[in-house]
Design a protein around this ligand. Sequence first.
Ligand SMILES: Cc1ncc(COP(=O)(O)O)c(C=O)c1O
Length: 416
Amino acid sequence: MKYDIHRVRAEFPSLAVTDNGAARVYFDNPGGTQVAKRVMTRMMDYFTTMNTNHGGAFITSRQTDALLEDAHRAMADLVGATDPGEIVFGQNMTTLTLHISRSIGNTLKAGDEIVVTRMDHDANISPWLLMAKDHGVTVKWLDFDPDTYKYDLTSLASNLSSKTKLVAVNYASNAIGTVNDVKTIAKMAHQVGALVYVDAVQLTPHFVTDVKDIDCDFLACSAYKFYGPHQGLLWGRRELLEKLKPYKVRPADNALPHAWETGTQSHEGMAGTLGSIEHMEWIGTEMGDGGASRRQRIVSGFHAVAAYERSICARLIRGLENIQGVTVHGLTDEADFGNRVPTVAITKQGAHPRAMAESLGKENIFVWDGNYYAIEVIERLGLTDKGGMLRIGLGQYNTDAEVDAILNHLDRKSSF
Ligand SMILES: Cc1ncc(COP(=O)(O)O)c(C=O)c1O
């Protein structure tokens, strides 16, 4: 079955909004995607029919309990887990990571080591630096090669030893778009007995996520990057979530996942997250191979989306390569297109990224400029004093025509 971009776009009410007749071109997807109809319906339905606290002895509370349970199950299906108790909802990925880093820190001592990377968003670096400072833990850095835009795994090997207790690594970069071989990284870390914390915020909108296959210990993501509401998510192995001591208030449930979800949660956010997963299921059923289980339908949906995004991303990269003065900072070989998300960062000779973003903004083409919190990446590429990079982030609803529009603008305008 063919990916039908018109049907996909019709699922996003915000795509119909215009400004003085001009359509909006959303290339700001890595910063946050537009929201699918099913998400809005789920949230509206939650507020209309069952809005209350959970665990009560009346109908709306029982309905809330059932909905939250389903949201946890759906999220488990999204990441390839089987146990909904391993899914922790929270405000956002950053807050969840800061939260669990405190508990992991309490198991470490001076002289222990952790590994963080120079390709991560700061949400998967600073929580670990702060934790390391609190406990006298030594921090080792995994660098990426600024020519290949990949990690050098021999350098990872040299940073690992029996002292290494944790490796925090990104699955996909929010700046240069590289998808990393986290399966091999997890294997190497486990060989020395270290835990593996994967930031999958930029992977989950584009590819199948499978915690069992990559065999990590924790994986974090955010629903607002995969067409859902502002909501963070953490998957953790049950035995680890049970062993670690969460910071929580006394009356809060000790059972998983509630021990880690202390305080009143965003029930509407969980409802909306369920809707975003149902949206992927819908793509899998209507435009993919479908499947008997929710997990199978989700996987089919991602296969359909990934193939489509690969084609619009290839069109963008090939077009950018033909524009004088433009450098694409990321993987550009056809053979590597399966190892990148459609997030394309560029610089243009003589053009400040902010000036380009402003010029595109006037055309109603939305892109980010600067560092997008990937401060180590920008520093490593020597672009900190140059305004960082312009980031063009494609998603499942972008079109060839939109790609051509940005290419034309970048090509046509000689100065910004
Ligand atoms: C790769 C990556 N990790 C983490 C985050 C932080 O996510 P959140 O906003 O949910 O805290 C982002 C946000 O842009 C990101 O792109």
